[in-house]
Design a protein around this ligand. Structure first.
Ligand SMILES: [Mg+2]
Length: 261
């Protein structure tokens, strides 16, 4: 990283925004998703950043409600890839996202029944309201679980007209509509007329965040793509980054530098 790249963020913090992923970025990747927690010091640095910058937003595949319990009511949180927002203790689905709740309720019940029949040890169903996570990271036999959950995800997707996305050691069933981190970045940057924007992430689902910065850069905004390196980091993310930091601890150091603390 050159100091030059950070200048717009220091000199014009009041018109700059930070978009930050959660899992693998502000927390270590947990074997069981509900066991992940932000690194010690994260909540404090986010409050310091929010006081200085125009916007600090967490953009995650997790549910917004869960994140707001860990990060407090003062951080703007976009959960489920932007389909829901939590702010000052209130969590809401976007109108578009809410139209899929009935369909996804049916799919969740069906998936729960099928998982019980399969009897795989250590696999988990994660209820994200309008999305459904099928986790095999903690399975006793990861390879067999991946195969079985992949087949189940494909079958449910086919029958209910859903999309399947692959995260880290999990499949995710999504409604037949686009919810990406890019939508959040572009909408908030335009609403707030941000002159500088940074995106920090560790996974494939963060690439749309980088895409959004490319679009903002074309209209003259200063941009900073920050990739979190790990054994599982996708090479495409690292190649496109302006800055590569080492794990969530590296993110915390970077955020403290931005906060000037
Ligand atoms: Mg992540």
């Amino acid at each position: 990283m050159t100091d030059q790249q950070l200048v717009p963020f220091f000199e014009a913090a009041s018109s700059a925004g930070l978009f930050i992923d959660f899992d693998g970025t502000l927390s270590q990747i947990a074997r069981v998703p509900s066991e992940a927690r932000p690194l010690s010091g994260v909540a404090e640095v986010l409050v310091a950043l929010a006081a200085k910058f125009k916007l600090v937003a967490i953009v995650s595949g997790r549910s917004a409600r869960e994140l707001s319990e860990w990060l407090g009511p003062d951080v703007e949180i976009w959960g489920t890839h932007g389909a829901e927002k939590s702010w000052h203790g209130r969590t809401e689905l976007s109108t578009h996202a809410a139209s899929f709740t009935e369909l996804m309720d049916r799919v969740r019940k069906e998936a729960a029944g099928r998982l019980q029949e399969l009897g795989l040890e250590g696999v988990l169903l994660e209820d994200k309201q309008i999305m459904l996570g099928l986790h095999f990271r903690a399975a006793r036999d990861v390879e067999a679980a991946q195969k079985a959950l992949g087949a189940l995800a494909a079958e449910l997707a086919e029958r209910h007209g859903l999309k399947v996305a692959g995260g880290r050691l999990a499949f995710e069933l999504r409604p037949p509509s686009e919810f990406t981190k890019a939508d959040v970045v572009l909408a908030r940057a335009r609403d707030l007329d941000l002159r500088a924007a940074a995106f920090v992430g560790d996974d494939r689902v963060d690439l749309p965040g980088f895409d959004a910065l490319d679009i903002l850069a074309e209209s003259g905004a200063a941009t900073l793509r920050v990739a979190v390196d790990s054994d599982e980091a996708p090479s495409q993310l690292i190649e496109r980054a302006d800055v590569v930091v080492d794990g969530p601890a590296g993110v915390l150091r970077f955020l403290r530098e931005l906060a000037g603390s």
